[in-house]
Design a protein around this ligand. Structure first.
Ligand SMILES: *[C@@H]1O[C@H](CO)[C@@H](O)[C@H](O)[C@H]1NC(C)=O
Ligand SMILES: *[C@@H]1O[C@H](CO)[C@@H](O)[C@H](O)[C@H]1NC(C)=O
Length: 305
């Protein structure tokens, strides 16, 4: 009697989590349909893996949870989670694009973190860039370290600027160096430019990183009508014809109803992420001893975008 009651309550717990997971996925996909801020740009993971159920794993989870929580009130933050041993230290940060309002920043980071999980399953480090935000974690220190490695380069078709257009493009790119701040925009005629540094760079480092990206854009993209240069700690993008390519806006209606709805969704998502972590821990316990799963590698297509 007691036995069967226990097992039925276990089953209902399971169904509750399953339902929650399902609604979480639904709300995530409806957000993604409404807003291109959440579109995938690139992602990558370290080759090294940590062992399941290690202290490192719980540190990864608590780090990612901290990032998500922090994105509700800040557009940049960094965290260091120290474990019981030197080995389990983990560093992480997120950076939202400078023009994103708070609810959009939080939504973007939630989305990035929820994609990082499956993309970098058990990888010691991972990084993901969506249109509106960037998230990275690793066990090697990268906080406060300028890194100008090219992560993603994309040049549009070279349909041609005339001399005049090319001059305007170069002037727009030049204005990105001259304006200060982590987030920089410029425009002239139909040419739009945007630059974003990660918040752990100093002013001088941001300046240096942006200049470097612009130099590469000019040399690598030639007369392309748009160009994206994502370095490890900053990016510069330009486009011709309105700039929708380089800073897609979050879909936003003006009435407050919508703002409240967004806020409610975010609170739901935060709770969802927390529950998801609990759920996964719960699942892992259930699956213990069933051997290793081999999940689909379809996420690999993300990496090559
Ligand atoms: C990160 O973790 C991996 C795997 O546990 C380890 O081999 C590597 O040395 C660690 N790196 C640092 C900087 O601690
Ligand atoms: C990391 O965050 C702490 C506290 O929020 C801050 O004092 C520190 O400057 C940050 N470090 C970097 C490299 O951004």
């Amino acid at each position: 009697m007691v036995q069967s009651r226990t097992s039925s309550s276990k089953t209902s717990t399971f169904f509750f989590f399953f339902f929650f997971l399902f609604s979480l996925i639904l709300s995530l996909s409806s957000i993604s349909a409404a807003s291109s801020t959440d579109d995938f740009v690139f992602g990558g993971c370290t080759q090294q893996k940590y062992s399941p159920e290690s202290a490192y794993e719980s540190n990864v989870n608590s780090l990612l949870t901290s990032l998500v929580n922090s994105a509700t009130y800040s557009s940049y933050n960094n965290f260091t989670v120290t474990g019981s041993t030197q080995h389990d230290v983990i560093y992480g940060l997120f950076q939202c694009r400078g023009d994103l309002a708070m609810p959009d920043c939080a939504t973007c980071v939630v989305r990035a973190v929820s994609q990082l999980g499956p993309l970098c399953s058990q990888a010691c480090g991972g990084a993901l860039q969506l249109q509106g935000c960037y998230v990275k974690y690793d066990n090697a220190t990268f906080l406060g370290v300028e890194d100008k490695a090219v992560v993603l380069k994309k040049c549009g078709p070279s349909e041609g600027y005339d001399q005049d257009g090319l001059g305007r493009r170069d002037a727009v790119l030049g204005s990105l160096v001259d304006s200060g701040g982590l987030y920089r925009v410029g425009g002239s005629g139909d040419v739009q430019g945007v630059a974003q540094c990660v918040g752990d760079l100093s002013f001088a480092e941001c300046q240096d990183c942006v200049s470097d990206a612009i130099g590469r854009l000019k040399s690598d993209c030639g007369q392309a009508d748009f160009g994206d240069m994502f370095l490890a700690k900053c990016y510069v993008r330009y486009s011709t014809g309105g700039g929708a390519h380089i800073y897609p806006k979050a879909h936003h209606d003006k009435d407050t109803d919508d703002g409240e709805k967004t806020f409610a969704i975010i609170i739901g998502l935060l709770a969802g992420v927390a529950l998801l972590i609990i759920f996964l821990a719960f699942l892992r316990k259930i699956c213990e001893g069933n051997g290793n799963y081999k999940y689909s590698s379809s996420f690999q297509t993300f990496i090559s975008m």
